[in-house]
Design a protein around this ligand. Structure first.
Ligand SMILES: Cc1ncc(COP(=O)(O)O)c(C=O)c1O
Length: 395
């Protein structure tokens, strides 16, 4: 009897690897390929006809065994039949949406969505005749009231970007299913460990693999995971758009996945320690972290998630001057100022929900987004403490 279970850590360690098809080498080789040669016309025609079949080799853009290995592993981790790898997380978001909409359709988009996806709705989708309505992340079953006859997609991201509201997934899924509408879920904050959207009735789980799966801030990747016709709709869109994931990046993502469990659990603890310390600081109005009681949607996080990642925000006191925030951030030693989180290093970033939100305007104080890395926790707190001293001196 196989001892392979569907437990996350066993999947992260073994899924996608086939060492005995590769001279016993543990990790899959990196295939660099554009042309795939076929011995006969019949073989070539079969390869082209089956180009979306699992493991089929027809052309470099449609994947090689390196691509298939990481796709298989991520699909297993997410509890889906299949995954398609993209060149970035943003490409996965766009490709997944384009798998389901056409001119004249309507899309329901969560107001706390990752900024560039909001821009994609306002720009690309609008130009091609797809209308977007942004909705309150806390809307729950009330989403039914926003559904129109031409609504094709409800897009969720939970916790939401920057402010981390947690959505009531079962309530939204029920409303979507009642009207035959596809649900897409950006699971980047949790993936691959703390939440599996497909197990909660979502059709497509989207992951910026750039974050915790790659885990080392050195490659960009995206994934869309699903089953049956939903998966094929996204697979088809990815092919029509010419999306392709580079072989070296697929390799790095698979290698990152092997250690994602230990990294994420440690970063969870680091973030919780920072959040607790920050909650006691006089400069901080509020800590925006799904695992803290009182946070919007905390009850849904407790019900649906198995943990929390290293990414959260703080809201500073409303009267904090911009120059004082710059004085704090310009002098940070360990916390880097940069956007792409999920690596091993800590980050801090001024963020501006007030520049983005439309359905739920942000009226609070200035927001800093933090990512907890693997540094010593005492050193991280000391870095923040000195930052707050600079902030106070610059007031
Ligand atoms: C929630 C979320 N989704 C998608 C993306 C896009 O990923 P990428 O940077 O790989 O394009 C990001 C990037 O920060 C993100 O935070």
């Amino acid at each position: 009897m196989s001892t392979r279970s569907n437990k996350a850590d066993t999947i992260f360690t073994h899924a996608g690897n086939k060492p005995h098809e590769n001279f016993g080498v543990v990790n899959p080789p990196v295939y660099h390929a554009s042309t795939i040669l076929h011995r006969t016309v019949a073989e070539m025609e079969a390869a082209q006809k089956n180009r979306f079949k699992k493991g089929n080799m027809s052309y470099g853009r449609h994947g090689t065994p390196t691509t298939f290995a990481v796709e298989e592993a991520v699909a297993e981790a997410e509890g889906g039949e299949r995954a398609v790898a993209f060149c970035s997380g943003a490409a996965a978001c766009y490709g997944a949406i384009l798998g389901f909409v056409k001119s004249g359709d309507h899309l329901l988009m969560v107001d706390t969505v990752y900024g560039p996806v909001r821009a994609f709705c306002h720009g690309f989708l609008k130009r091609f005749g797809v209308e977007t309505t942004f909705y309150d992340p806390m809307i729950g079953a009330g989403i039914a009231g926003l559904i129109r006859d031409n609504t094709r997609v409800i897009y969720l991201e939970s916790p939401g970007s920057i402010t981390f509201e947690v959505q009531d997934v079962p309530a939204i899924v029920a409303a979507a299913k009642a009207r035959g509408i596809a649900t897409l879920f950006d699971n980047t904050w949790s993936a691959p460990l703390f939440f599996q959207p497909l197990r909660h009735g979502i059709d497509i789980s989207i992951i910026a693999g750039t974050k915790y799966i790659v885990g080392h801030s050195d490659a960009m990747m995206g994934f869309a995971v699903g089953s049956g016709s939903s998966f094929l709709a996204v697979r088809q869109a990815a092919a029509e758009l010419g999306y392709h994931a580079a072989p070296d990046d697929c390799y790095l993502a698979l290698r990152g996945l092997r250690t994602a469990g230990v990294r994420m659990r440690h970063q969870e603890q680091q973030a919780l320690k920072l959040a607790t310390w920050l909650r006691g600081r006089p400069e901080v109005e509020r800590v925006l972290h799904p695992a803290l009681p009182g946070h919007p949607g905390h009850e849904f996080w407790r019900r649906d998630f198995t943990g929390s990642s290293g990414l959260f925000s703080i809201e500073l006191k409303r009267d904090t001057p911009a120059a004082a925030i710059s004085a704090m951030l310009d002098g940070m030693e360990l916390f880097g100022m940069g956007a792409s989180w999920g690596g091993y290093e800590s980050l801090i970033l001024p963020s501006h929900p007030e520049r983005m939100r439309t359905a739920t305007p942000w009226t609070g104080g200035p927001v800093l987004r933090l990512h907890a890395g693997l540094e010593d926790i005492g050193d991280l707190i000391a870095d923040l403490e000195q930052g707050f001293a600079r902030l106070a001196a610059a007031r």
